[in-house]
Structure formats: structure tokens, C-alpha cells
Design a protein around this ligand. Structure first.
Ligand code: ZN
Length: 254
């Protein structure tokens, strides 16, 4: 091979990681739920890492307050400019091989669940639980990310393993109940969570990394089951969880 030929292959440096299955990554169909801060960072990593078939679902338009954390949004993107559309269009510029499909909708309205992996880049529990139960029912691995200021977590949910709902404690359920039981139009005031880009980057990158392991057939390398990140101390800790025998997502499948 001629000197410098390796530099003509976009993925040459990734191919040097022996266990990484680039063909599987290229061929995978991935769903990213949420096109906000985590979604921007996740899609950036996915496109750079060779994911070529990405669907992004999000119902919101861009706000000025998104600009501190969303690499693909611009000041010219005003109200009425949809996050999923802009993220799909701008991220596509990174690699002409990538095919990104935006869906402007609530995830609760998504009808087809035929993906190889799902990344949850969401900001609320009810949407997470919706994705979790559909992922479990359709045997799709689901990698959920969450941040709160300088803290964050990633949970890897593999079919037949413990799911997001298994980890839900009563206080989570109380928040959910409040949402469901609130005034007529289903809207209530939920305080915005603190968020900044460095923690967002770390959590979204970790989500994509777990997807790369799963697609490469290396579930054995994955976080089991939840990784907690504390950006104030720089410490990451993994916590194993068990299947909750009361969790409906496991009995449902039998
Ligand atoms: Zn469960």
C-alpha cells in the first residue's frame, strides 16, 4: 500500500480497533428520540462514527436557550424551526453517506418500531417509559441518557435484562402521576432541569459508545446496567440492577 493511503479512508483509525464491527455500524438502523442537547451530541458522534441510517424524532422547535448546548443549531434558527429537521439537515453535512430521517412528532405517536438500537435523549419520564416499553416489547436495545447540571447517567437496556421501569422508585412514579393527573389540557409547570454542554457531551458520547459495542456484538463490554457520572468530582460509577418481578415489561413478553 502506498504511503498515506490509510489517510484516504475516513474510518481507517476506527478500523484499528479490532473488535469494532464497522460493517454492522454502517448497516444499522438507529432511532434517536429527542433532538435537543443530548440528541445533537449523540447524532454528531453517530455520524462521525459511521452510523449511516439514523431516524430522529422530536416535536419541538428551536429556542434561543438551546444554543449553549446544541452544536447544529444557529442563531438564525428561529421559532417555528423544528429541531428534528435542522439536526437531520446539518448533521448530514458531516458525511454524504449518511441518511438521516427527521420525524416531527411526539414519540408516543411513532407507529413503526423496527430499529436495531434506540438512543433516548429525552427530558421527561413519561416519554422515557413509553420508549422503554416499546423497546422491550420489540426486543430492541435501548440506551437512555439523562443529565442534571454536572451530573448524568446512562442506562443500557438489553431485551431480557432489567429495564428502565425496573429502576423506577416511588418518587419517580409520583412525578409521573402528577403529570397525568394535572389540569384538563395535560399541561403543567415542570421546572427546567439545569444543563450544560460538557456533561451533555460526555453522556451522549457514552450512549453512542454503548450502541457501537452492542452493534459489534460486544454486549459483554456494555455498562451493566447504569453508569452514574458526577462531573463535579469526575467520578463514574456503575450500578447493577435486577429485574423487578412486578415490572410489567417482562411479564408482557411471556
Ligand atoms: Zn422492567
Amino acid at each position: 500500500m502506498k504511503a498515506g493511503a490509510h489517510d484516504l479512508d475516513r474510518f481507517d483509525r476506527m478500523k484499528r480497533i479490532a473488535w469494532l464491527d464497522m460493517q454492522k455500524i454502517h448497516a444499522s438502523r438507529c432511532l434517536v428520540v429527542g433532538a435537543g442537547a443530548l440528541g445533537n451530541e449523540a447524532v454528531k458522534c453517530m455520524v462521525l462514527a459511521g452510523f449511516e441510517d439514523i431516524t430522529i424524532i422530536d416535536m419541538d422547535d428551536i429556542a434561543v436557550s438551546n444554543l449553549s448546548r446544541c452544536v447544529f443549531f444557529r442563531e438564525v434558527d428561529g421559532k417555528g424551526t423544528m429541531k428534528a429537521d435542522i439536526l437531520a439537515r446539518r448533521a448530514s453535512e458531516l458525511d454524504h453517506e449518511v441518511n438521516i430521517t427527521p420525524i416531527v412528532s411526539k414519540v408516543q405517536e411513532l407507529e413503526k418500531w423496527d430499529y436495531d438500537v434506540i438512543l433516548g435523549c429525552l427530558d421527561n419520564i413519561s416519554a422515557r417509559l413509553h420508549v422503554n416499553s416499546h423497546a422491550m416489547f420489540n426486543n430492541i436495545p435501548y440506551i437512555d441518557g439523562a443529565t442534571d447540571g454536572f451530573r448524568g447517567k446512562v442506562q443500557v437496556i438489553i431485551p431480557d435484562g432489567p429495564c428502565l421501569e425496573c429502576t423506577m422508585n416511588k418518587s419517580h412514579m409520583k412525578v409521573l402521576d402528577t403529570r397525568f393527573s394535572c389540569t384538563g389540557n395535560g399541561m403543567m409547570f415542570v421546572p427546567k432541569t439545569a444543563s450544560e454542554i460538557t456533561t451533555t457531551s460526555i453522556i451522549a458520547a457514552a450512549q453512542v459508545r454503548e450502541a457501537m459495542k452492542l452493534l459489534s456484538g460486544r454486549a459483554d463490554l456494555c455498562i451493566s446496567n447504569v453508569m452514574y457520572y458526577n462531573g463535579e468530582t469526575g467520578i463514574m460509577e456503575n450500578l447493577e440492577i435486577a429485574i423487578d418481578p412486578e415490572c410489567p415489561n417482562h411479564t408482557m413478553k411471556e
